[in-house]
Design a protein around this ligand. Structure first.
Ligand SMILES: CC(C)(COP(=O)(O)OP(=O)(O)OC[C@H]1O[C@@H](n2cnc3c(N)ncnc32)[C@H](O)[C@@H]1OP(=O)(O)O)[C@@H](O)C(=O)NCCC(=O)NCCS
Length: 120
């Protein structure tokens, strides 16, 4: 699907505090990266993040968790796109659950580095 991107990532110790809980910034970084993939796939041009919208960390993410990050373009404006991002976590012994969700907005850039229409 052109509007959706899915990526798997594993949480390593360097992504977490000494208690084994993942840093929020690590999870945000994954959301921005995969959200950007969805935006660039839809716009077919370079993009830049302009806004990180509400992000909710529903349950802790821990070292050893496998994360599936799903990003969907949910709004296309003139030069901007909004992407909804969900982060599911799973382990060999635990069912997959939604851990974090949020939305990010990206702007398509022309060759001059200025905002350019997404379509056109
Ligand atoms: C993104 C950027 C190019 C936009 O420039 P700008 O002069 O504000 O552009 P415009 O006013 O023409 O707005 C462009 C689009 O962005 C949207 N936008 C601008 N500021 C926004 C904000 N705070 N939240 C959501 N959307 C925003 C506008 O609504 C417009 O969307 P539309 O064309 O779909 O209606 C500029 O702000 C920038 O370079 N920011 C830094 C981005 C960056 O470095 N990101 C990485 C983080 S380190």
């Amino acid at each position: 699907m052109e509007n959706e991107v899915r990526t798997l990532e594993l949480v390593f110790p360097e992504h977490a505090n000494p208690n084994g809980a993942a840093f929020g910034g690590f999870v945000l970084g994954l959301m921005d990266k995969v959200g950007g993939y969805a935006a660039v796939r839809r716009a077919k041009k370079p993009i830049v993040t302009v806004r990180v919208g509400e992000v909710v960390f529903e349950v802790p993410i821990r070292v050893g968790d496998m994360l599936e990050i799903i990003a969907r373009v949910v709004r296309v404006g003139r030069t901007s796109l909004t992407v909804e991002v969900e982060v599911f976590k799973e382990r060999l012994d635990t069912p997959r659950i939604l851990a974090t969700r949020g939305n990010l907005t990206y702007v398509a850039l022309g060759p001059d580095g200025k905002p350019t229409p997404v379509d056109g």
